[in-house]
Design a protein around this ligand. Structure first.
Ligand SMILES: [Ca+2]
Length: 519
């Protein structure tokens, strides 16, 4: 058995054990009202660049008993864990069999000692265990083509802060997908214990300049174009250099990044050389009353891509956008953006654009109901052989929550109306209902899924009826405690004329149930 413990801030302690039979136990206790210092960029929910206001993750809460995780189904590499614990603890924590005895002799720090001067205030540890079941019926709109699988993910976040202006952040992640078929994009679902983040940060969240170098999460705006994709089991990280400037009511980030390829066959995931995303992303408050304006310019460049003229060459796609949003304008909230794309792929010219507009209205009533309407547009390619690339590319988004929970539709060659309502019948029970209607922007281009991958090609000569279908979604959330949350939902795509004409035409159902535990 391998045992480690670590002391978190202000009286919290965590004990970890890996038994020989593979059972992984985590136990935590808090001496008194704690304030966990979880770094923004280590935030397990992926909302890296926008810490929620008033978020005090564990205020006054005790998480007490052991939690058992069946490690046998997702092989946590004990050496990695040992390394994490070692870094956490200023005293000895052990990883080898020889050292195991010493660990056993050394009791976990007591509550009294934890309040003492020996507490390692320069370190923080957090983590998340998430398990989800997903069921899919009529994949490819074909009756009987069903699938059901689990998604299990464990994260350990480690922060080291040697000085107020210097921080090192690490995040280990193990993602498994028991029961899933061997699909081409398996790296979305499964990846053994790997390093999701490892970065150094010079400067603090309050300083006018902050530099972050290394493997990290990038999340900008509402994550329509750059996000952490936390919904998927393996999610997304970048190898990046990011420079942030802050002033009164304004912020600018300048970054250069390569997306990390989640690959279960690779011990430590790599980012692809020459596959770059560079960007300047600004945020200015109160130019419009109560609103934030976000102008940005992004450049995606990839080497050696084949274009629609069958030429091989470099891709350079510029994306310029302007987003405006506000919450709490009386009962109203809004969020809209206009996005233009240009550039080239060898001799073909990129000429694409997109926009979205969201409007919400909150009703001052017992169950806090909010009604909203969204409209999304992403251009398609009118002619697949004219050397003008018209399809909009939504780059690296967190798109799952936007274009239907079934993930069958993405922000490309799309017109989409969404009508929704959310409310809380009980403080610990939230409900959300959505209706989506989807059309192609042009019948000469395909339907693309949430990942931007071609899903249903148009017929020769183009589709005459652009209506793809309608989707109904229902989702519930139960925030059991600050640490534990449950949610689930069901989505049903009702095929419209385009799907009926170009697929087997059966309705597609997606169901899921997820529980997460943050520690
Ligand atoms: Ca074209």
């Amino acid at each position: 058995m391998f045992t480690g413990w670590c002391q978190m801030l202000k009286g919290a302690q965590v004990t970890m054990k890996i038994h020989d039979d593979g059972v992984f136990q985590v136990a935590g206790g808090l001496a008194e009202k704690p304030r966990r210092r979880r770094a923004d960029c280590l935030s397990a929910d992926g909302s890296a660049s926008k810490p929620r206001s008033g978020d005090d993750p564990d205020g006054g809460q005790t998480f007490g008993t052991f939690m058992k995780l069946p490690v046998s189904s997702f092989p946590v590499k004990r050496a990695m864990l040992a390394g994490a614990v070692w870094l956490l603890s200023s005293t000895a924590v052990l990883s080898s069999d020889d050292e195991e005895k010493k660990t056993a002799e050394k009791p976990p720090v007591t509550a009294d000692r934890a309040l003492g001067s020996d507490l390692p205030s320069w370190a923080s540890l957090a983590g998340e265990f998430r398990v989800r079941y997903e069921g899919r019926r009529a994949l490819g709109y074909r009756q009987g083509n069903d699938d059901g699988y689990g998604l299990i993910r464990t994260r350990l976040d480690l922060g080291i802060t040697p000085a107020s202006w210097l921080k090192f952040g690490f995040q280990g992640q193990d993602a498994n997908a028991p029961g899933i078929r061997d699909v081409p994009n398996i790296g979305v679902f499964r990846d053994g214990f790997d390093l999701r983040q490892a970065y150094a940060q010079i400067g603090s969240e309050r300083s006018p300049v902050m530099l972050t170098v290394g493997r990290q999460v990038l999340a900008y705006g509402d994550q329509r174009l750059v996000g952490a994709l936390n919904w998927t089991n393996t999610s997304r990280a970048f190898d990046a250099v990011k420079l942030q400037f802050r002033g009164e009511g304004a912020r600018v980030d300048v970054f250069s990044a390569q997306v990390v390829q989640n690959d279960p066959a690779v011990r430590i995931n790599r980012s692809m050389e020459g596959n770059n995303l560079h960007g300047v992303y600004g945020a200015i408050e109160n130019v419009l009353p109560g609103s934030t304006l976000e102008p940005y310019l992004l450049l995606r460049s990839t080497r050696s891509v084949v274009n629609e003229l069958n030429q091989r060459g470099d891709l350079n796609r510029y994306t310029m956008g302007l987003r405006a949003w506000a919450k709490g304008l009386g009962p109203w909230d809004y969020n809209l953006a206009l996005v233009r794309q240009w550039g080239d792929i060898a001799d073909a010219v990129i000429d694409a654009w997109g926009y979205y507009a969201e409007l919400g209205y909150s009703i001052d009533a017992e169950s806090s109901p909010r009604l909203y309407v969204h409209y999304n547009f992403g251009s398609g390619d009118e002619d697949g052989s004219d050397g003008r690339v018209g399809g909009f590319d939504n780059l690296y988004p967190t798109a799952h929550f936007l274009y239907g929970y079934n993930d069958l539709v993405g922000w490309r060659n799309l017109r989409n109306i969404r009508l929704g309502a959310e409310f809380k019948p009980h403080p610990k029970f939230g409900l959300q209902f959505d209706f989506h209607s989807f059309w192609l922007a042009t019948g000469n281009d395909a339907l693309y899924n949430v990942s931007g991958v071609l899903s249903v090609a148009p017929p020769p000569g183009g589709a005459t009826d652009l209506k793809v279908g309608n989707e109904l979604d229902a989702v519930f959330t139960v925030p059991v405690s600050k640490a534990v949350s449950l949610s689930g939902g069901i989505g049903y795509m009702i095929p419209g004329p385009f799907l009926k004409a170009n697929t087997p035409g059966n309705g597609n159902t997606f169901t899921y149930l997820v529980a997460s535990y943050k520690f």
